[in-house]
Design a protein around this ligand. Sequence first.
Ligand code: CA
Length: 219
Amino acid sequence: MRLLLVEDDAMLGRGVLAGLKKQGYSVDWMSAGQSALQCLDEEEYDLVVLDLGLPDMDGTDVLKLMRKAGCTTPVIILTARDSIADRVGGLDHGADDYLAKPFDSDELMARIRALLRRRSGRADRTILYRDIVLYPDAMRVTYHGADVTLPRREYMLLQELLTNTGRVLTRDQLEQAVYDMGQDVASNAIEVHVHHLRKKFSNDLIRTIRGVGYLVEKA
Ligand code: CA
C-alpha cells in the first residue's frame, strides 16, 4: 500500500509519517500542494492524507484539481478548521473522510484502514478475465490495460458472458440480459453483438455452441 501524505507542519508530518510507516505503508511526504499534485500525476496511490492549510494553495483546491483530473484515490482531510461549513465543503469536493487537528494517531490509522477496506470492497466489484477488466460501476472496459469503447448492449452482453464463464448461455438468456422486456429484437441481434465483441477482443473469446448458444471458457 502506497500513501501520499500532504502536510506542511514538519513536526506533525514527521509524526504521521512515522505512524504510517509503522503500519507498513510506503509513504511519500510532500509539504506543498503543487508537489502533491505532481506526485498524484506521476504515481499511483492507495490513499491521500491531505492537510487543508498548505503554503502554496488550499488543500481543498488540491482535492478539486485531483478529482477534476479523474483521480478517485480516497482522501482523508486533516484540518484545524473543524467547522461544519468546512466539512460540508470538503465533502462536496470529494473528500472521503475528515479528522480535526489535534487528533490521535490511532484514530487516524483506524480511519485509514477503514477507507482502504472500503476501497478494496469497491475494487472487488471489478470483473477480471484474462486481459479484460470490467468496471461495472462505470460500465468501463479495458483490454491489455487500454480502454475499449463499447456500446451499452455490447457491454452488457460481455458482462453477462464474463460473469457466467464455463456456462453455455442460450440466445434467449442473452437477449433477456441485454434487452428490455417487450423490446423488438432482431433474430440475429446477439450474433451481431458477439461478432463485434470478437473483433474488439479476440476471435476465441466467445465460443459458439451450435444450436444452443454461446460460451466463454473459464479463465
Ligand atoms: Ca498546514
